[in-house]
Ligand binder design. Structure first.
Ligand SMILES: NC(=O)C1=CN([C@@H]2O[C@H](COP(=O)(O)OP(=O)(O)OC[C@H]3O[C@@H](n4cnc5c(N)ncnc54)[C@H](OP(=O)(O)O)[C@@H]3O)[C@@H](O)[C@H]2O)C=CC1
Ligand SMILES: O=C(O)C(=O)Cc1ccc(O)cc1
Length: 449
């Protein structure tokens, strides 16, 4: 271990909550040589002891009382909605540093301020990626909320072994940015899943959803529904900054879809092109880089469709689609004055993929014009679009009203529908994200980014 502060050999990192993220942190920090003491709920003690029996630096304790008392730096890695209750339960060691890894900082910081004594320093963090993504090179937000420089440096020293890019924000800035990036992106994929569920289709099975953009929609939708509901509910409902975005996304989808249904071609065109100019810069002076964010052709091969049993058959062609979800995304950013590139330092792989396909559509005028034509003239995707719009409004209302139970039921019923395909989807989605990350890395090395 790089012992870069005095006494680091005796420094204990405590982890309360050994779910997907807690385990990932424990394994990586432990492997780097830090002493870890960790717990989950008491009933999971035996199981965790067995699971971590061969990890030299990781000791499983029965509960958060024991972890809190023994640790110099405690990371809460529990459900965002539970953080207040959990922090209130445990007495923290004198002079310790405390932080959380929840996706939304408003309730986390409120819980710390309310329940921690004043001798405890508060430094929170947020890894902007899921537990199965390699943290190296991904953004890691660090929030020095109430801490000495020395405590903050200790936290940085500990977390440096993740190899992530450190991004320094306040809790409010964090919530604002993740509302613009994560919460509203998830709203789009959650709505797609509901629409496909409502129309009882596995979109990769037919010949309607073919090609790179559709692969991104399908794989990321499945990736989200394969996760735990509370992660997405928490970052939408508990982030006070997110409600406006999710609401606007639903409004944008509804208004654009209405213009399509009513055949108001020119108004639709003007609105979409005005949004393009606001988000991506005016015609002739776009703000995007010379090189596209995403090599979209790379995405063609990440289809969940089983290979054809008749290899001589031509591959199915991409059907023209109005890409309502992408048009609504840009309309939403435009209405709220959001420039998504401003948030790249703080973006998740999923957001970069979503922005990448959006950029591809908007920097290809022939494709964008085709979306507008299809939107007005072609009814092939109308039923799916109707359900997409209804779903976007349903999610928005649920978030606005803070309906955790309804949110969970909406999510879980659709999760069940797609469940049989999660195993395949996770493998293909993982390979797709990996390919994009590698292509990002190559571009960085070549000095293009
Ligand atoms: N998954 C992701 O992609 C990411 C998640 N995050 C955030 O990290 C946090 C953890 O997420 P994740 O690991 O995915 O979720 P998990 O549900 O996998 O893990 C949370 C764990 O905390 C446990 N827990 C609840 N109460 C206590 C308690 N009193 N003492 C000890 N353990 C407790 C939970 O038990 P039980 O299930 O029984 O309640 C659960 O095992 C969340 O706030 C999430 O928003 C951040 C970045 C990425
Ligand atoms: O990339 C995404 O948006 C994900 O879905 C994974 C994820 C979920 C929650 C987080 O707090 C951070 C990353």
């Amino acid at each position: 271990m790089a012992t870069t502060f005095p006494g680091a050999e005796d420094f204990v990192v405590g982890l309360i909550g050994m779910g997907d993220m807690g385990k990932m942190y424990a394994r990586r920090l432990g492997a780097a040589g830090w002493r870890i003491m960790a717990c989950d709920r008491e009933e999971k003690y035996e199981e965790l002891v067995q699971e971590f029996a061969n990890y030299k630096n990781i000791q499983i304790l029965r509960n958060g009382h024991l972890v809190s008392r023994a640790s110099n730096y405690i990371i809460y890695s529990v459900e965002a909605a539970a953080i207040g209750r959990v922090v209130a339960q445990y007495a923290t060691r004198l002079g310790a540093i405390v932080g959380g890894q929840t996706s939304c900082k408003d309730p986390e910081i409120k819980a710390f301020e309310e329940h921690l004594p004043s001798d405890v320093d508060i430094v929170s963090c947020h890894s902007l990626h899921g537990p199965n993504v390699d943290p190296r090179g991904q953004p890691l937000v660090l929030i020095k909320h109430r801490a000495s420089d020395e405590s903050f440096q200790k936290v940085e020293t500990v977390l440096r072994c993740l190899g992530s890019k450190h991004v320094y924000l306040t809790a409010k800035e964090h919530d604002r940015i993740t509302a613009d990036t994560q919460a509203v992106t998830h709203a789009a994929f959650l709505s797609m899943g509901k629409a496909w569920h409502a129309t009882k289709q596995f979109p990769w099975e037919g010949s309607r959803y073919v090609g790179g953009i559709e692969n991104v929609k399908i794989n990321l939708m499945l990736r989200i529904y394969a996760q735990k509901w509370h992660v997405y509910a928490g970052l939408a409902i508990l982030n006070p900054e997110a409600h406006k975005q999710i609401n606007q996304f639903a409004k944008s989808a509804t208004e654009l879809f209405s213009l399509m249904l009513e055949g108001r071609r020119e108004e639709l065109r003007q609105r979409v092109y005005a949004a393009r100019d606001r988000v991506f810069g005016p015609e002739g002076k776009p703000t995007w880089e010379d090189r596209p964010l995403l090599p979209v052709e790379l995405l063609d091969r990440f289809s969940l469709k089983p290979p054809s049993s008749a290899p001589t058959q031509p591959a199915p062609k991409t059907l023209p689609n109005n890409h309502l979800s992408l048009l609504a995304m840009v309309d939403c950013w435009s209405a709220l004055g959001i420039v998504p590139y401003d948030h790249m330092i703080c973006s998740t792989p999923l957001f970069r993929l979503w922005l990448g396909v959006t950029e591809h559509l908007f920097r290809t005028p022939a494709l964008l014009d085709e979306c507008l034509r299809v939107g007005v003239e072609d009814a092939t995707f109308r039923r799916d679009d109707l359900h997409f719009t209804i779903a976007a409004c349903g999610w928005a209302e649920c978030v606005e009203l803070g309906q955790f139970d309804t949110w969970r039921e909406r999510f879980c019923v659709t999760q069940k529908f797609f469940e049989p395909r999660f195993k395949d989807a996770m493998a293909v989605g993982q390979a797709m994200i990996q390919a994009v990350l590698e292509s990002d890395k190559r571009e960085e090395q070549a000095g293009w980014r």
